[in-house]
Design a protein around this ligand. Structure first.
Ligand code: SF4
Ligand code: SF4
Length: 353
C-alpha cells in the first residue's frame, strides 16, 4: 500500500510496460471480475491527449485475458445522449482496444449514502473484484490536476455529476466531494498514462507534452503525491483535494516508497488558477471563501467562429447558463458557476477560459 513506481516508455512499448507493472503489482486474476476505468471524458481521438490512450487499455486487456480474468472496460463520460456510448468508444478508439469488453455502465447503478446525500454509482464498478483505474496525466481548470482521485468521479452515473458541480461550485468544496467519491471504492491499482500528458488549460484544451512516463501504485494518494511532488516538482499540499485528504489522515507521505526512474520536470505549467490554491493553502478553506470569492470564478467565452451549434455544452451545463437562441449559443454569465463542464465537452474547442 505504499509503493509508487515510475516507468519510462512510449505507446509502442505498452505491452512491455503493462507486463512489467503486473509483475511489480501482482494479482490473482483467474476468474476474477476485473473492471478497467479509463478517462473517457468525451469524444476525442487519442492524439488529442484528452482520453486514456487505447494502446495502454489494449495491453491491459490482452494481459488480463491471458490470465483468465472476466473483463469489463467503461466510464461515465461527460457527453450525454443515446449515442454517447458508441461515439466515445469509437472516436477514442477505446472500444476496439477493449477487445470486445467495452461496456455501457451508465444504465445499472446502486444508490450509495454519503455525506452529501445519495449518489448513484455504476454497479459494474461496485461489484467488481479488482478495480483498475487508468487516468490520463492532465491539468484541470477546476481541480488543478486530474489524476488518480479525479478519475474516480466518473463512477457516478448520469447527470448527477453536473448536479454536484451545481451544488458545490467552489473548487475547494468540490475537492472535498472528490475525496468522498474516491473513498467509496478505491481502485486496487492505478496506472497513470503520462506518456502524452497535458499541461496548462486542461483537461481538454491544454498543451500536449510528451513525458514518456507511466506511473503505477495501489495507493492513489501516494501516487499523486509522487507525481505532483517528485515528477512535476510542485507542492502537493497546494492542490486542494490532496490537502483535504492529508487533513483527513487518509495517507501518510512518510510511508511512500518510490521505485523506478523519472526525470524531474521543472517547468510543467499549471492552469492559471494557481493563485487561488496558493491562497487556499495559506489562508485555509473558510477564509478564502470570504476574501477571495468574488474574484475566483473565471468566466468562459464562446468563439463564434469555431462553434458548430452541436449543443453538447447546453446539455451538460448544470445551471442553464447556455441555451440555443436561433442558430447561436447564448451565454448567461450571471448563471455561470464556472464548473468548466462545457469547456471539457466542447468537441470543437470553441469554449475558451
Ligand atoms: S460551444 Fe462547442 S459544445 Fe457548445 S454548441 Fe458550440 S461547438 Fe457545441
Ligand atoms: S456555462 Fe459552462 S462553466 Fe458556466 S455553469 Fe455552464 S457548464 Fe459550467
Amino acid at each position: 500500500m505504499r509503493k509508487v513506481k515510475f516507468y519510462e516508455g512510449s505507446y509502442k512499448d505498452s505491452n512491455k510496460l503493462i507486463s512489467q507493472i503486473f509483475s511489480d503489482f501482482s494479482f490473482d486474476f483467474k476468474n476474477k471480475k476485473v473492471f478497467i476505468k479509463p478517462n473517457l471524458l468525451s469524444a476525442h481521438p487519442p492524439e488529442k491527449g484528452i482520453t486514456t490512450h487505447p494502446s495502454i487499455i489494449k495491453s491491459i486487456c490482452q494481459y488480463l485475458l491471458e490470465k483468465g480474468a472476466i473483463i469489463k472496460v467503461g466510464d461515465n463520460p461527460s457527453l450525454v445522449g443515446s449515442d454517447a456510448f458508441e461515439r466515445i468508444g469509437n472516436i477514442t478508439q477505446i472500444k476496439e482496444a477493449s477487445l470486445g469488453f467495452y461496456t455501457d455502465i451508465t444504465k445499472n447503478y446502486k444508490k450509495i449514502k454519503t455525506r452529501i446525500g445519495e449518489i448513484s454509482i455504476s454497479t459494474d464498478i461496485l461489484d467488481c473484484d479488482i478495480l483498475i483505474s487508468v487516468p490520463k496525466l492532465k491539468t484541470h481548470m477546476l481541480t488543478i490536476f486530474t489524476l488518480a482521485i479525479k478519475n474516480m468521479f466518473g463512477i457516478i452515473v448520469g447527470n448527477q455529476k453536473s448536479q454536484i458541480h451545481y451544488q458545490y461550485p467552489s473548487p475547494i468544496d468540490f475537492s472535498e466531494v472528490l475525496i468522498d467519491i474516491y473513498e467509496i471504492r478505491k481502485p486496487d491499482l492505478t496506472i497513470v498514462d503520462g506518456i502524452l500528458a497535458m499541461e496548462g488549460k486542461g483537461p481538454s484544451q491544454g498543451n500536449l507534452r510528451y513525458l514518456n512516463t507511466v506511473v503505477a501504485s495501489d495507493n492513489g494518494y501516494l501516487l499523486e503525491w509522487a507525481i505532483i511532488g517528485y515528477l512535476l516538482d510542485k507542492n502537493p499540499l497546494s492542490i486542494p483535494y490532496i490537502n483535504i485528504a492529508k487533513r483527513k489522515n487518509l495517507f501518510n507521505e512518510n510511508d511512500l516508497i518510490i521505485e523506478g526512474n523519472y526525470k524531474k520536470i521543472k517547468d510543467f505549467k499549471l492552469p492559471n488558477q494557481k493563485i487561488n490554491y496558493i491562497l487556499n493553502s495559506i489562508l485555509g478553506k473558510n477564509l478564502i471563501k470570504i476574501i477571495y470569492h468574488p474574484f475566483r470564478y473565471q468566466k468562459i467565452k464562446i468563439d463564434k467562429n469555431l462553434c458548430k451549434s452541436c449543443l453538447e455544452c447546453v446539455k451538460i451545463c448544470p445551471n442553464n447558463a447556455l441555451k440555443l437562441e436561433g442558430k447561436k449559443i447564448k451565454y448567461n454569465k450571471s448563471l455561470c458557476i464556472s464548473c468548466f463542464c462545457c469547456y471539457e465537452v466542447c468537441p470543437y474547442s470553441a469554449i475558451k477560459v
